[in-house]
Ligand binder design. Sequence first.
Ligand code: COI
Length: 354
Amino acid sequence: MTDILEIPILKTAHSRLSEVDFDNLQFGKVMSDHMLIAEYENGEWENARIVPYGELGLLPAISALHYGQAIFEGMKAYRMENGEVAIFRPQANFDRFNLSAERMCMPAVPADIFMGGLEQLIKLDSAWAPTGAGNSLYIRPFMFATDAFVGIRPSERYTFIIFTCPVNSYYAAPLRVKVETHYTRAAQGGTGFAKCAGNYAGALLPTKLANAEGYQQILWTDAETHTHLEESGTMNIMLVKEGKLITPKTADTVLKGITRDSIITLAKSWGIPVEERTITLTELVEGIQQGTITEAFGAGTAAVVAPIATIGYEGTDYHLPEVSTWTVAPKIKEALNAIRIGTAPDTFDWMVTV
Ligand code: COI
């Protein structure tokens, strides 16, 4: 996969693998046996190692806890039909991780630690990659600032970690989502395109308020006018309108989703017209009412392709047609899954076998 740095491995003496109920996986609750960890100090990354997954000793003053210099990625490895384990588009996550790092004034993580460490970690814990429809090994790389210093400046020390967890679907059923027109996720020039921890913290209150109204998620709108769609709390948003796939274009305020990009690539390869552009709430509501918008779904690593049944906007619920009548989103989901488990050719070279 990449130049292999010799990363020392300390294996756990007590694997927890046999305790896992792989038939009833829940998202993000059970972590695999090992994690990769490396530290940055004096301008360089050092001490990369794989150790048993466990607690970290941290000082209360570390700056990530106070000022939010913390970024992460979400990626997945799959158990292929031939029994091998392969990671989906890891280079894309690596590239995005270092873009997030740059925006948050953090050091880049080199390929030999991120990609090389990832490969060795997944190899070591490959038995944790589950079989079964919708199951995968979720991979969480992250970095946070560790200077114990009460003052605002970029930290001089950081910790980078990758751990993994076997998961099932993030969302079990078609979603009810609410268009958010008061709170804001991201503004021009802000951190919306970065996968930084604070972007998700800021979403918690509006999501909680939407949950109280019976919606599982929110649909963010632009900060300036709250008149056009941006993304959902955990995924990018895509619509099918008159046979075309339409999705907000990514810029400063929208995460450049790797699942989003994969879906666009697949759709184009099938001759489905794709439009990355502004989608106003008027177009959304009128399209659902007039029957021109026939499918709406979220796209993300965790969510994969998550159908949306209902969109709430200004107190009215707008219902999409029954998912059983959809033609595009289910086809995309099936095609992505087939590539990931190796039952369809990997035409775009997305899978990296470990
Ligand atoms: C992912 O899709 O991997 C994310 O990071 C979103 C998170 C809500 C699980």
